[in-house]
Design a protein around this ligand. Structure first.
Ligand code: ACM
Length: 793
C-alpha cells in the first residue's frame, strides 16, 4: 500500500490501466456503445476534490432521468449489495432518482444503469483505486475492493449536479473516464470529544463528511483531563465521575480563573460506540480510539485516585492545559489500563489503538517512591526512560492482542517502543526521527494541520486556541519531508488534521473549523503531488460550498483576499484590489472602519483611494446568494515619509549585539525582560535562537543597525514562539508579543538608504521555541534588495 507515492506518473497510469483492463470476468472487448454525440465535457466544469489521478473527458452527457437500475458483478456478494443500497439511497435522498437493484450478474455496464463491478483475482491493484466511466448511456464504477467502489461513488456524487433534489434530476452527468488511486494509505481526521462532547448523530455526520472527501481514518480522542467519554463496564466510575466536570473556564480567564458554574457532562455507551464504528465501517472509515496515558488522565484519576502517585482527591479539570497529575506506574495502573484496553479492543476492530503519550510532565514521578523504585529496578536512566518503559509495556499488551500502538511524538523520548507508529505533531522532526529509526509515521504538525488554529485574522474570527493555519497553508502542506531518503519516506503513511475542541463548544463551530480546510487536506493526502494547484483548487471550491449547504454543513466562507496586511505608501493615493474565492458572492466594503452590510458600496473592480498620514481603513466582506456572509477583513493604508538614516562615525561589524536572559516562569511579555539582568552578552550573526539557549524560560534582546541600500518601504516579518517585537529607532514596527505558538507577524516602515537602529526582543515560556526575522523591499524598484544587520565595535 505504501510507496505508491513514489511511482512516477506514467508507471502509475500503466498500473491502473493494467488493473482496470482485468475487470471481473469481463469481456476484454469494450461494449458496443452508440456513437456519442453532444459537447465534449470540459475539465473546467469538473469540480472534483480531491482531484483524481487521471481524468479523460468524453463526449455528451447522461440524463439522470434515464437511469433506472443498479447492476452488480455479483448480486450475491453482501459487500456489493450494501454498496448498491448505499448508491440507491444517495441518489434517492440527494437527487430524487429512484433505482432498482437488478438480480442478474453483469460483466459490463448496461444502458440506463449504474454498474458496480468488482475485479476478480487482481492482486497487484491498490485496494483503494477505482475506475469510473460515465457515458451518455450508463455509469460504471469498477475496483478491486469495496473501498475502491465506494471512492468511485464519491467521485460520481461530485459529478452530479451540485443542487440537490428533483430539479437537478433533469440535468445530466458529464461523460468522462476517471482512473484514480490515492497517494497515501493513511488519510485521517481527528476529533477531541473530551474538551467538548458531541452527540452520536454529529459524529456520524462528521464521518460522512470525511468519507465524502475520501478520508479513511477517524481518530476519536475519547479521554481527557476534562472528561472521560467512553463507557468501560469494569470501571463504571470512569463515566459516573469522570464524564462530568463541575464547570468550564470562560474564554481564556485562566488567571484569575473564571468558570461558568455550569456542570458539563457526556459520554458514549458501548452500544453507541458500536453504532459509530459500524457507521464508519460502511463508509470505509477506520476508527482509531485514543485512550490517553500517562498524561491527560485527570478525569480517570478523579474516578480512581489510587492510580495516581499522590493521594488526591482529584477533580475533572475545568480549565485547559497540561496538568502535573498523571497515572502512576504502579502494577495496579497497568492492570487497570489493560482492562480498559481489553474492552476498547473489543469495540474497535481496526489495527491501531492510540495511547496518547503527549504532554506528560514528570514531576509526580520524580517525587514518587513507586516510580523511583521502578526506575532502579528496571535500570532506567530517568523519568523519560520510565515513560518509554510504560509505553513499551502497553505496546506488548496491544501486540499480544493483535493490535498496534500509535502515540504522539513524545513517545520518542526515552526510546521508542519497538513497533510503535508515531504521530508527529510538534513539527515534522519527530516524524523524521521515527522514520529514520524505521518506524511508521503520520504527519499532523501544528504548522499546517491543526484545525483548532485560526484560519483568518483573530480579530474577526470566533475565539480559538491561537496559531494561524489558513486554507492556503493547509493546501501547501507536504507530508513527506525533503530530509528523508526515499527508503525512509516510505514510512510516512500519510497525514491527519487535528480538531482539539477547547474553544469549539458547538457542532456548528466544529464544522466551521473543519470545512473547507478538510477539502485542502484531502487533496494533500489523496491527489498526486504534481496535481497540487491552488488556483485550480479554489476554482473548484464554490461548487463544494453549494454541496455542503445542501448537506447542512456550516463551512467557513473564505474571507475577501487583498487585505491581509496593513500597508504604507509614499504616494497620495493607493489602489486596493480585492478578490473573492466565491464566484457567486458579492463583495461589499466600507472605508470608515465600520462592518460592511449589503447596502455598503459593492466592489466591482480595483478602487483608488486618497490617503494621508492618518490612513484609510478598508473593510470588506463577502455575501453569498444563500444569505450567509463571510467574516469581515480589513486593512489600513497610510501615507508615510522616509525615516532619515543614522550617520555612524565608526566602521561597523556584521551581526547584532545580543543579551541573553533566563528566568523562572510567569513571563508573558517581552517588556518583563527590561527588569532583568542578562546572563550573557555577545554578538549574533542573525536574529535567531542562539545555540546555547536553554529549552525553557529564556529571553533574547538584539540591538544594532539595519542597513538598507535604497530608499523605500520595507516590510519586516517576525516569526516566533513565544512573544517578540521589532523596533526601528523608537518606532514599533512589529508587535508580536504575548504567549503563542510559532506564528508570523509583519510590519512596514519607510526607510531612507543607510543605517537605522534596530531592536528585536524575544521571550520563551512553556513548550515550543522559535524565532526568525525576514525582510522585504516593498517598492517596485530595487526588488531583491536585501537588508543587512550590523553593530558598532
Ligand atoms: C497534542 O496536540 N497535544 C497532541
Amino acid at each position: 500500500m505504501r510507496g505508491m507515492d513514489h511511482l512516477a506518473g506514467a508507471t502509475l497510469l500503466a498500473l491502473i490501466t493494467a488493473c482496470s483492463a482485468r475487470t471481473t470476468d469481463v469481456d476484454p472487448a469494450p461494449p458496443p456503445t452508440p456513437e456519442a454525440t453532444g459537447a465534449m465535457t470540459s475539465i473546467e466544469d469538473l469540480h472534483l476534490v480531491p482531484w483524481p489521478a487521471e481524468v479523460a473527458p468524453a463526449r455528451g452527457t447522461l440524463p439522470l432521468a434515464t437511469l433506472s437500475s443498479i447492476v452488480l458483478s455479483d448480486p450475491e456478494d453482501p459487500g456489493l449489495r450494501e454498496l448498491a443500497a448505499y448508491t440507491a439511497t444517495l441518489l434517492a435522498d440527494e437527487w430524487d432518482v429512484r433505482l432498482d437493484v437488478a438480480s442478474d450478474p453483469v460483466t459490463q455496464p448496461i444502458p440506463g444503469s449504474v454498474a458496480l463491478l468488482l475485479w476478480k483475482g487482481e492482486t497487484r491493484a491498490h485496494p483503494e483505486q477505482y475506475v469510473l466511466e460515465v457515458t451518455p448511456q450508463s455509469i460504471m464504477v469498477s475496483a478491486p475492493t469495496g473501498a475502491g467502489l465506494f471512492y468511485g461513488l464519491q467521485t460520481l456524487r461530485q459529478l452530479l449536479p451540485p443542487e440537490v433534489g428533483a430539479a437537478a434530476a433533469a440535468r445530466g452527468i458529464p461523460a468522462v473516464e476517471i482512473l484514480d488511486i490515492p497517494r497515501f494509505s493513511y488519510r485521517g481526521m481527528h476529533l477531541d470529544v473530551g474538551r467538548h462532547f458531541f452527540p452520536v448523530e454529529f459524529v456520524k455526520k462528521y464521518i460522512d463528511l470525511l468519507a465524502m472527501y475520501k478520508m479513511n481514518t477517524f481518530h476519536w480522542h475519547l479521554t481527557e483531563d476534562q472528561g472521560w467519554r467512553i463507557e468501560i463496564e469494569k470501571y463504571p466510575r470512569l463515566t459516573e465521575i469522570g464524564s462530568c466536570r463541575k464547570e468550564t473556564i470562560v474564554e481564556k480567564n485562566f488567571d484569575p480563573f473564571v468558570g461558568d458554574g455550569i456542570p458539563y457532562c457526556g459520554f458514549y455507551t458501548q452500544e453507541e460506540i458500536r453504532e459509530v464504528v459500524d457507521h464508519a465501517l460502511r463508509r470505509y472509515v477506520t476508527v482509531i480510539p485514543e485512550i490517553e496515558m500517562p498524561g491527560h488522565s485527570v478525569a480517570a484519576l478523579a474516578a480512581y485516585p489510587e492510580l495516581a502517585c499522590t493521594e488526591g482527591p482529584f477533580e475533572v479539570s475545568t480549565r485547559w492545559g497540561v496538568t502535573q497529575d498523571i497515572y502512576c506506574p504502579k502494577e495496579e495502573t497497568f492492570a487497570f489500563l489493560e482492562d480498559v484496553l481489553t474492552e476498547v479492543i473489543e469495540l474497535f476492530p481496526g489495527t491501531y489503538v492510540h495511547i496518547g503519550g503527549d504532554e506528560a510532565p514528570k514531576s509526580r514521578w520524580e517525587a514518587s517512591e513507586v516510580a523511583q523504585e521502578l526506575i532502579r529496578r528496571e535500570g532506567l536512566a530517568d523519568e523519560h526512560e520510565l515513560q518509554s518503559y510504560f509505553i513499551g509495556r502497553i505496546e506488548r499488551f496491544l501486540l499480544s492482542n493483535g493490535r498496534r500502538l500509535i502515540g504522539w511524538d513524545e513517545i520518542l523520548e526515552g526510546g521508542l517502543a519497538p513497533e510503535a507508529t508515531v504521530m508527529s505533531w510538534r513539527g515534522m522532526e519527530g516524524g523524521i526521527d521515527a522514520a529514520r529509526q524505521g518506524h511508521d509515521v503520520i504527519m499532523t504538525p501544528t504548522s499546517h494541520v491543526y484545525f483548532d488554529y485560526y484560519q483568518g485574522d483573530p480579530e474577526f474570527e470566533p475565539l480559538a486556541i491561537g496559531g494561524y493555519s489558513p486554507l492556503e497553508h493547509v493546501y501547501a502542506f507536504e507530508p513527506v519531508p525533503e530530509a528523508l531518503t526515499e527508503d525512509e519516506a516510505v514510512h510516512v503513511l500519510g497525514a491527519q488534521g487535528n480538531v482539539w475542541t477547547e474553544y469549539m463548544t458547538t457542532t456548528d463551530y466544529v464544522e466551521y473549523m473543519v470545512a473547507p480546510r478538510l477539502l485542502a487536506l484531502s487533496e494533500v493526502v489523496w491527489s498526486a503531488k504534481g496535481h497540487r494547484d491552488w488556483e485550480h483548487f479554489t476554482n473548484r471550491l464554490p461548487a463544494h460550498f453549494q454541496r455542503l449547504d445542501g448537506l447542512g454543513v456550516r463551512y467557513r466562507i473564505p474571507n475577501v483576499a487583498g487585505l491581509e496586511e496593513d500597508a504604507l505608501t509614499l504616494d497620495d493615493e493607493i489602489t486596493v484590489t480585492l478578490k473573492s474565492l466565491m464566484s457567486d458572492g458579492r463583495i461589499h466594503y466600507t472605508t470608515d472602519g465600520t462592518d460592511p452590510n449589503p447596502t455598503a458600496p459593492r466592489y466591482t473592480g480595483s478602487i483608488r483611494l486618497p490617503v494621508n498620514e492618518t490612513g484609510v481603513t478598508v473593510t470588506a466582506r463577502l455575501f453569498l446568494p444563500n444569505g450567509r456572509a463571510g467574516a469581515p477583513r480589513s486593512a489600513t493604508f497610510r501615507k508615510t515619509t522616509l525615516r532619515a538614516a543614522t550617520t555612524l562615525d565608526e566602521p561597523v561589524e556584521t551581526g547584532l549585539r545580543y543579551a541573553y536572559y533566563e528566568y523562572d516562569g510567569r513571563v508573558r511579555s517581552v517588556e518583563q525582560l527590561a527588569d532583568m539582568r542578562p546572563v550573557s552578552e555577545g554578538v549574533a550573526a542573525d536574529v535567531e535562537i542562539q545555540g546555547f539557549a536553554r529549552e525553557e524560560n529564556f529571553g533574547l534582546v538584539f540591538n544594532g543597525y539595519v542597513f538598507v541600500p535604497v530608499d523605500g518601504i520595507y516590510t519586516f516579518f517576525l516569526s516566533s514562539d513565544d512573544g517578540s517585537r521589532l523596533l526601528i529607532g523608537d518606532e514599533m514596527v512589529v508587535d508580536h508579543d504575548g504567549l503563542h505558538g510559532t506564528s508570523e507577524k509583519s510590519g512596514m516602515i519607510g526607510l531612507a538608504a543607510g543605517y537605522h537602529p534596530i531592536t528585536v526582543q524575544f521571550f520563551q515560556t512553556g513548550g515550543g521555541q522559535s524565532l526568525h526575522l525576514g525582510f522585504a523591499h516593498a517598492g517596485a524598484t530595487g526588488a531583491g534588495v536585501v537588508a543587512r544587520l550590523f553593530h558598532l565595535p
